[in-house]
Ligand binder design. Structure first.
Ligand code: ASP
Length: 318
């Protein structure tokens, strides 16, 4: 009898310890986190199932790339760049291959990247030939003393550093483009934000911009503080939507400023900007803060999005 009591006590103790462990783990902040968007304005109802499935697959693949990089101790800058490169290579999104065309029928692409550790950042706008604009933006960040290179000067920089280039036909995917036109006001800019195990935040955004835009038009995506921002003391943000609105309202930095100066939580800061400052249908925002809290909010009919973290979250919409 005495022995049975001892066994029961040990079992009870083990249960208490296990539950306590699980409780403490649940309270613990995630060690890393990656959040991705594939553009706001998606109207799933008008999209055939097969296309929805294709988007889902590519988002999952991109998320896996980012998740694996962070899980193995890689940096947030590497994670966001790799994720965006994959999405730029997919013809489904409005970035790199598959970019929408400007008024002259040419793909003019914009991209930016920012490292929250030291606020270093780089961007390119209206580039025509570089296969992966996000990597060119990273080279601007790391190899020049500038933040933003545009147009043919940026194309020349790509050539100078030996970045992979493609002719203009590569960026236009005729089949996808026809499908794209059928889906009214569909936008598919891509963005990623990440927190790595070293506590560093990063953000990156890449786009072909708005279909039919004037030649030379740049939106918010290559403008640090508007379409992209990262600061280790607050959060990392990537935006999608009507670029001019995001520029006027300094959206990405404003989320960070609301946290820093008004002490708002990440969610309250994002909600304030999206639902009180921007107008309905302007777009969406993804963000992660220094504690691994994350948001994927939009005031449009939809936004392709996905998130994963060290606590086992792995979610993709649609
Ligand atoms: N913000 C991008 C731009 O205005 C477009 C988008 O996100 O879909 O260029």
């Amino acid at each position: 009898m005495h022995k049975i009591n001892r066994v029961v006590s040990v079992l009870l103790l083990a249960i208490v310890i296990t539950n306590l462990g699980e409780f403490l783990y649940a309270q613990e902040a995630p060690k890393y986190c990656i959040v991705i968007h594939g553009g706001a304005g998606a109207s799933y109802s008008t999209m055939p199932d097969s296309l929805q499935g294709a988007y889902h697959n590519d988002l999952q693949a991109a998320l896996t790339i980012g998740n694996n990089t962070l899980k193995s101790g890689g940096t947030s800058v590497d994670a966001v760049e790799q994720v965006i490169r994959f999405l730029e290579d997919s013809p489904l999104f409005n970035a790199g291959k598959g970019s929408v065309l400007n008024i002259n029928g040419i793909a003019e692409m914009d991209a930016s990247i920012m490292n929250g550790k030291d606020l270093s950042c780089g961007a390119v706008a209206a580039v025509h030939t570089v296969k992966n604009p996000v990597s060119l933006a990273r080279n601007v960040m790391e190899k020049t003393k500038h933040v933003l290179l545009v147009g043919y000067g940026a194309d020349a920089f790509a050539r100078e550093i030996g970045a992979e280039e493609k002719d203009s036909a590569y960026f236009i995917d005729p089949e996808r483009y026809r499908g794209w036109l059928k889906i009214k006001s569909q936008k598919g800019t891509v963005g990623a934000v990440a927190l790595d195990v070293h506590g560093n935040l990063a953000a990156a955004t890449s786009t072909g911009g708005m279909a039919g835009k004037m030649a030379g038009r740049a939106g918010d995506s290559p403008i640090i503080n508007c379409g992209t921002y990262a600061n280790n003391s607050t959060c990392a943000v990537s935006c999608t939507g009507w670029g001019e609105q995001f520029i006027k309202n300094t959206v990405a930095f404003r989320v960070s400023a609301l946290m820093e100066y008004k002490n708002l939580s990440l969610k309250d800061a994002v909600d304030t900007v999206l639902y009180k400052i921007l107008q309905k249908n302007d777009g969406g925002v993804i963000a992660v803060d220094k504690d691994g809290n994350y948001c994927m909010e939009f005031n449009t009919s939809g936004m392709f999005r996905a998130a994963a973290n060290s606590k086992g979250v792995f979610e993709t919409y649609p």
